[in-house]
Design a protein around this ligand. Structure first.
Ligand code: FES
Length: 63
């Protein structure tokens, strides 16, 4: 699923960036070799980073 239309970044790209050490939205853009343009995707990217770095929080919420 595309999370950033301006830069064609998919959720999989964000998860891969986190696996490679990205901890902030800016890190994801840097790893993808682009910069935010409209910034509408920032909250979505931030949510994916949180999901990847604290998955137990989302498991409890799903129960
Ligand atoms: S949707 Fe990501 S910068 Fe526009």
């Amino acid at each position: 699923m595309y999370v950033c239309i301006c830069n064609s970044i998919k959720d999989r790209d964000v998860r891969n960036s986190v696996a490679e050490g990205a901890q902030k939205v800016s890190h994801v853009f840097k790893k993808q070799g682009c910069k935010p343009e409209c910034a509408r995707c920032v909250n979505c990217i931030r949510d994916i980073i949180q999901e990847e770095t604290a998955p137990e929080k989302f498991l409890i919420a799903a129960e």
